[in-house]
Each structure stands twice: as structure tokens, then as C-alpha cells.
Design a protein around this ligand. Structure first.
Ligand code: NAD
Ligand code: TYD
Length: 329
């Protein structure tokens, strides 16, 4: 199994999951080790995998690695909306060109591909509504990040239809869990509190997200790999939808702080209002059930992980906060 982006947050959790639960796979990770990727994330499984430092845009390297694999799980991407607003270039290169290079290699060698994507490709939903994205929702991305992910999904769909590439796709809601970069919402707030600083809430805090534990995302990916139909897309989401304000209050409460001890900061331009996925196709056809159905307990173990792993997040946090200070957020 070739795992692109396996040194990042979700990819590294996926590699841990695969090595510990699926001894039938030999795992090779291809990762460019950008600011978001680190071999530290794979330290515990370093002896069980092959690691190749390289870029998914490198046609020859990707061709060689794909030729050696039976299956390719494509996680590699630039993943943070705020960074895409600062500099969209790496997003266009890694997310669009990178996916094109992977697709061409998979096509040449007749390999099975699973493409990892996000619900942000559908744009946003109205606040205070109860509708949800489905696999049939129209693509309507708002940020450079989501536009490049939408492009990558469309390339995959076109390669399935035009070249009969054996690919499946999944679009997951917001993830949380261990090894998530401290630039992202949950770890940013948790590590702020661990440093005695108040969390930072964008705008009104009314924007809502559906939070899915990374282990549940990765369970779904293995299930789709095993039972998913070629050419199909599956939406993944826990059903745990909350406003950002409620999420900050929950984190503060779990960490024993007053729930109003947060700061409001200027909003993100183009900030998507609400995301929520209808994951009934995955649940009904493939039998997926999230293990972490209760946000409080999933968050509590995630908070413990950050408490115990300051060595991991501290250097990354300093660099991320420098980027935020330029944006005034
Ligand atoms: P991440 O930023 O933590 O990790 C991305 C990894 O990809 C890093 O290890 C990085 O070094 C690597 N990478 C980036 N560009 C590369 C390139 N050109 N060549 C090789 N490696 C490269 O991201 P993540 O949160 O783990 O997201 C992984 C995937 O899941 C992405 O495709 C993202 O769009 C998708 N996704 C993320 C979320 C979420 O909440 N984080 C939700 C749904 C979908
Ligand atoms: P983020 O983790 O960046 O994911 P995404 O934008 O891809 O959904 O942010 C999640 C939500 O939290 C989003 O609505 C923006 C908001 N947010 C804050 O309020 N404060 C913060 O410090 C960050 C990083 C995000």
C-alpha cells in the first residue's frame, strides 16, 4: 500500500491504524515533509514501514512507487484554509498537479486508488438549518484550499469515467485527534489554554462544523477500500455538529477553565458558515459506525494527548502563531 501524505495528521494516524490492525498490508509512505509533515509522526511505526521523502508532483518517483504498490491512498495535500488565503500557489501545485501525477501513474500501472477529500468542496450551508451535504450536492468551493480539492476530485472522477481508473473518493467533515497540527482549530485552542492563553474565536463564533474523530475517518477509508464500489463517492461525518463558540466553550470546560475565557478575533475572509454531511450511504451500504459518537469523550482523550506531548506541538505552534500574527488572527 502506498500512502501519500502519510507523515501528516490523518495520514500518520492511518498508517498507525494500518500497521497495527492490518498485517496483510506492507506500507510505503511518500511525503514531502512540508511544514505539516514530520517523521516524528511515524516514530512508533518507523520499523514497520518504508518511508520515502519526495513530492507527489515528481512524476518519475511517483511512477516507480505506484508500480510497486497494489493500492494507493492519496492523502497528500496542502490542507489549511488560512494558509491558502496567504499563498494559494502550493495548494494549486500539490493538490491539483499532485493528484494529476498520482492519477496518471495509477492509470499506467492499473492500480487501485482511494482519493481523500473534504466536504468543503461543496461550499457552505446556511446557519441554523438542518440540511446536509450529500454525494449529489453541487460543487461550490469558497477558498483556494477547497477549490483545489474540488479540482482534484473532478480529476479523479474524470479519470474513472474516461480511462476506467479503479478509484473511489471520500469527502470527510472536520477531523480532530492526535498529531493534528496546532494551526488547526482544536489543537490551536487546546495548546493556547495549556500555555495559559485564551482561545481565539473567529468572527461571531456562530459558524458550525461537524467534528469527526480521525480514527472514525480512517475506519471509513479501510471500509471503502474493502467494500466500496469503484467510481463512487462516500461522505463521512460523525453527526456531531456544533458552533465554533460551543466548541471553544466545551474545550474550556473540559480543561477546567471558565467557559467565557476566550477572545474574539477578526473573521477569516470568505468564512464558510456551516458544514454537515449526510453519511447515510456509508452507514447503510458499507455498515460504517463512528466509534467516537460523543464529542466530549473524543475531545477529552485528544486534550490528554496534547497535554502529554508538548515536545511535539511546541515548535510547530511557534511557527504557526507567527503566520497567524501576520493575518491578525
Ligand atoms: P496535513 O496538512 O496534516 O498533512 C498533509 C501531509 O501531506 C503532510 O505530511 C505534508 O508533508 C504532505 N504533503 C503536502 N504536500 C505534499 C506534496 N506535494 N507531496 C508529498 N507530500 C505532501 O493534512 P491532513 O489534515 O492530514 O489532511 C490529509 C488529507 O485529508 C488532505 O487531502 C485533506 O484535504 C483531507 N481532509 C482533511 C480534513 C481535516 O479536517 N484535516 C478533513 C477532510 C479531508
Ligand atoms: P479549521 O480547523 O481551520 O478548519 P476549516 O476552516 O477547514 O473548517 O477551522 C475550523 C473552524 O474554526 C472554522 O470555522 C474557523 C474557526 N477557527 C476559529 O474560530 N479560530 C481559530 O483559531 C481557527 C484556527 C479556526
Amino acid at each position: 500500500m502506498l500512502v501519500t501524505g502519510g507523515a501528516g495528521f490523518i495520514g500518520a494516524n492511518f498508517v498507525h491504524h494500518t500497521v497495527t490492525r492490518r498485517s496483510d498490508f506492507e506500507v510505503c509512505v511518500l511525503d514531502a515533509l512540508t511544514y505539516a509533515g514530520d517523521r516524528d509522526n511515524l516514530k512508533e511505526v518507523a520499523h514497520d514501514i518504508r518511508f520515502v521523502e519526495g513530492n507527489v508532483c515528481d512524476t518519475e518517483l511517483v511512477d516507480r512507487l505506484v508500480a510497486d504498490a497494489d493500492v494507493v491512498i492519496h492523502f497528500a495535500a496542502e490542507s489549511h484554509v488560512d494558509n491558502s488565503l496567504r499563498d494559494p500557489g502550493p495548494f494549486v501545485r500539490s493538490n491539483i498537479i499532485g493528484t494529476y501525477v498520482v492519477l496518471e501513474a495509477v492509470r499506467r500501472h492499473g492500480r487501485r486508488l482511494h482519493h481523500i477529500s473534504t466536504d468543503e468542496v461543496f461550499g457552505d450551508l446556511e446557519l441554523d438549518a438542518d440540511d446536509r451535504f450529500t454525494e449529489a450536492s453541487a460543487y461550490n468551493p469558497s477558498s483556494p484550499y477547497s477549490a483545489t480539492k474540488a479540482s482534484s476530485d473532478m480529476l479523479v472522477r474524470a479519470w474513472v469515467r474516461s480511462f476506467e481508473v479503479a478509484a473511489t473518493l471520500s469527502n470527510c467533515a472536520n477531523n480532530y485527534g492526535p498529531y493534528q497540527h496546532p494551526e488547526k482549530f482544536v489543537p490551536r485552542q487546546v495548546t493556547h489554554i495549556l500555555q495559559g492563553r485564551p482561545p481565539r474565536l473567529y468572527g461571531t463564533g456562530r459558524n458550525a462544523r461537524e467534528w469527526t474523530h480521525v480514527e472514525d475517518h480512517n475506519d471509513a477509508v479501510h471500509l471503502i477500500l474493502e467494500k466500496g464500489r469503484i467510481g463512487e463517492t462516500y461522505l463521512i461525518g460523525s453527526g456531531c455538529e456544533v458552533t465554533n463558540k460551543a466548541m471553544v466553550e466545551l474545550i474550556l470546560e473540559l480543561m477546567g477553565e471558565p467557559v467565557d475565557r476566550y477572545e474574539k478575533v477578526p473573521d477569516r475572509p470568505g468564512h464558510d458558515l456551516r458544514y454537515a454531511n449526510d453519511s447515510s450511504k456509508l452507514r447503510n451500504l458499507l455498515g460504517w459506525r463512528p466509534r467516537h459518537r460523543h464529542l466530549g469523550s473524543g475531545l477529552a482523550t485528544t486534550i490528554d494527548w496534547y497535554r502529554e506531548n508538548e515536545w511535539w506541538w511546541k515548535p510547530r505552534k511557534e511557527a504557526a502563531e507567527l503566520r497567524y500574527s501576520e493575518l491578525g488572527r
